[in-house]
Structure formats: structure tokens, C-alpha cells
Design a protein around this ligand. Sequence first.
Ligand code: FRU
Length: 484
Amino acid sequence: LLSKDPYRPELHFTAPFGWLNDPNGLVYVNGEWHLFYQYYPHSNQWGDMHWGHAVSHNFLEWKHLPIALKPNELGVCFSGSAVIDKNNVTGFFDEGDLNLVAFYTNTIGLSSNQPDGLQMSSIASSKDGISFDQHLAINPIIPNSGSKHFRDPKVVWHEEAQHWNMVVTEGEEIGIYSSINLKQWKKESNWGRHESFHNNSPWECPDLFPMIDDQGVKRWVLVIGIIERNVYTPGSGTHYVIGDFDGKTFSNINPADTVLWMDYGRDFYATQSWSNTPDNRCVAIAWMSNWMYANEVPATSHRSAMSFPRELSLVTTAQGLRIAQAFPCEGLVQNKNYINETKLQLNQSVELSPSNQASVMHMTLNMSEGSAFTLAPFTHNNLVYHFKRQSDDIVISSVRKTDVAGSSRFNQDFPHENCFVVRASDQLTLSIVRDRTSFELLVSDGLYSSTESMFNQDFGPFNITATEGFINIISFNELVKEVL
Ligand code: FRU
């Protein structure tokens, strides 16, 4: 049982105690969603990295398992990924094993003089999905490539090329490798040098996966973590690129200056998708924090949480292909709180969700020209979203304040104001996850996402208020965790 902690969310994954950052090694096998994560079990601050481990049937009930990877002679265990070696190409397995293979960053010699240490890619395997062999004798499988930042290997099967690929950060570029046996890797290419998005900070946590778009065309999506401060999502932002990939080189289908964000908030980073999923589902999750303040946010026994998982699809819009996100609904049930057609006149409010109830909400509404409304998800009004219709656009601005319930100012980068514009000529759809320590908002059929952490011990009722003109709520319903 998890310790009672005033900042323990209800619908989000947290470590039992200690520090958590990136999701790692996401793999589905035998009906279980495995979630590994960057973990420091000895304090609630970042430290010598281990891989924590948990499994779930529904993304809501998590069973905590023993620590999977631990620091050893080759250093600490930074981020990476996992796959199922169905054909036992590694030769690590026997009949009846689970054949789980993980790839992680061994980082050795971290010190204040050498803040990045020496980074290399290593392999680990598990026969039962619980205990791991860290293969000291054959690691690292890819020695440091000469780049100070050589980390976060993500491995994916390439069906047409009939080989495995790995993408790994190499400074401000992505290194692309291939392998037949998951142990020997051949360098194929580097990607990113000519992107306008090239900047002065290393890229982190690349992910690469195939998706079939809504026209039936197979595309590859490359996701990259950006820690630059001078961008739309400063500190920790997640950028994605849609392209083609032949197993050797990746090419962006958009002009190099197209910048697509997975999320417009401050707390959605190190996004990774699950491998080996059933029915070609593409489900991803992110670390719900930001390196600008992650170590300083209010915490007691544990610090940081994962985002709510996101089901991804690739849809055609007037601007081109875009990722759309949705919240998977396994393990959630409809509660009795729903609203049928309701018109909100100027200054009228309606309560969407009662006090201290964590839930997933879906709402469809109409906004008249020039109308505006606010969403105030938390009792202290420490996070407020404002929506304003301007012809076919809706301008969404948000304010997050310092006066976090029960805590003083903990970091100057936490309070912020934000603004993004979404296309919504007709009805506006919103999907929301509200929990004790976060607010996640998907707008316009999931084409835009905004994730913000907030540290409330008591989060109060959640209201919507018409602040200009009038709005028409067409439907609203709320899902809560099924009590078994
Ligand atoms: C991203 C990151 C990774 C690294 C890990 C260390 O948040 O910096 O690049 O592997 O965290 O914990």
C-alpha cells in the first residue's frame, strides 16, 4: 500500500517513495502494461538513477515490483526502452520465458567537473518480467560515440527492413542504429542537423514509432525532448516530427521549420510510447514535471508523477497531419454527474465536478462569436484557463500562480502565463483529467494538449463560468475510477 501523502494523486502513477522522472522501458506483454521509470529510492531528490518498475492492467491500478536496474561497475542507469524478443535473437531466453529486453544508458563518472559523465548504451534482460540480468560481460553494447550527450536509447522493430532500429540522443542530433540480434548495432545515420529546431541544448529521450494515418498511409513519428529555455515550452518541452523512415534514414515530411508540440503546458516531458501493444494501439505517457523546478516542487514521501496515458492517432487537418491525443478509459466508469444542454449567460457558472474528486471529463460546447469562458479547476484559483472565441480560432490563455496551497514560493519558474490558439470553427470539445497535483486538458478532439502540475492538498469544486457573451454546453460527462 502506498503511504498517505498529501500530494499523492489518485489517477496518476507515482513511485511508492523517493524520486521519479522519465518513463522508461514501456512494453506490453501478457495483458500487462509494464512501466519502468527513472528512480532514486533513497530520497525525494534526483540522485544515482535506478529503474523503478510497476505493472498495470488498466493504467489506473499499479502493482509495484522490485527495482529492475541498479547502478553497477558501469555506472548509474539513465533512461531507455524495452522490447519483447519474440524470436530469441539475443539467445538470452529459454522456452516459456517472457523474453523482455531493456536498453538503458549506463552513465559513469558523474561529478561536478563532469556533469554528464561518460554515457553509453547497455542491454538488460528478464526471463520473468521481474528480475533482470544487467549483462556486465557484454555491456556497453554501444560505447560512447564521442558525444557528451549520448543517451536514452529507444528500440523499435522495422517490419519492412526486417531489423531492429535504435534512436539515441547524440548532442543536438538523433543517432539512428540498426541490429539483427539486439546486441550488435550498426550506425546508419544522424538526423537533425538541418532542422531549424537545432539549438544550444542537448536533445533528450527520443522516441520513434510507426503510425497509420487516417488515410491509411504509414508514417513514422519521432518525438524529442527539448530542454532549451528559449522556446514555447521552456525547460522541458516535447517536440514531434512526422516523417518517413526506411530503417536507415529519417526524413521530415514537413519543412524543417515546422515545430509541432505534443503539449502546450509546462509539465509533459520525456514522452515514451509502449512497444508490443495489442491491436496496433499507440499509447504514450510522459513525466509530469519540468527540469526548471522538478527538484523543488512541494513533496513529502515521494516527488513527481507520470501524466495520464495518452492514446495517439495521426489525423489530417487543414494545417497538415497532426497527432491527436485521447485519454484511455480502461478502469473508469461513468458517475452520475452529467449535464445536458445548458446555456450559460454572462457571469453564470456551473459546477462541473464536486470537491476533491479526481476524474476524467468530456465536454462539448458552442461558443458564440466574441464569447469567453473560464475554467477554474482548483479551489485557490491558482490555475485558471480562459477561452475566447475569435472567428474560427479560440485563444486559450492560462495563468498559474505561486501561491500554491500550503506552500510558499518554491521556484520563480513555476508561476507562468501561457497562451495558445486552436482552430475550432464549430463545436469545441474538451477532455480533462483533474487530480490533486495536476490538470490535463485536451482541446479540439485532442489536437492540442496542455498539462500543468499544481500542488493542492485540497482541490475543491471545479467550475466553468461564462465571462463574455454566452456559451452553450451541449454535453458533459464525468468518469471516475471504478471501485472494485
Ligand atoms: C531526461 C533525462 C534523460 C536522462 C535522465 C536522467 O529527463 O535527463 O536524458 O537519461 O533524465 O535521469
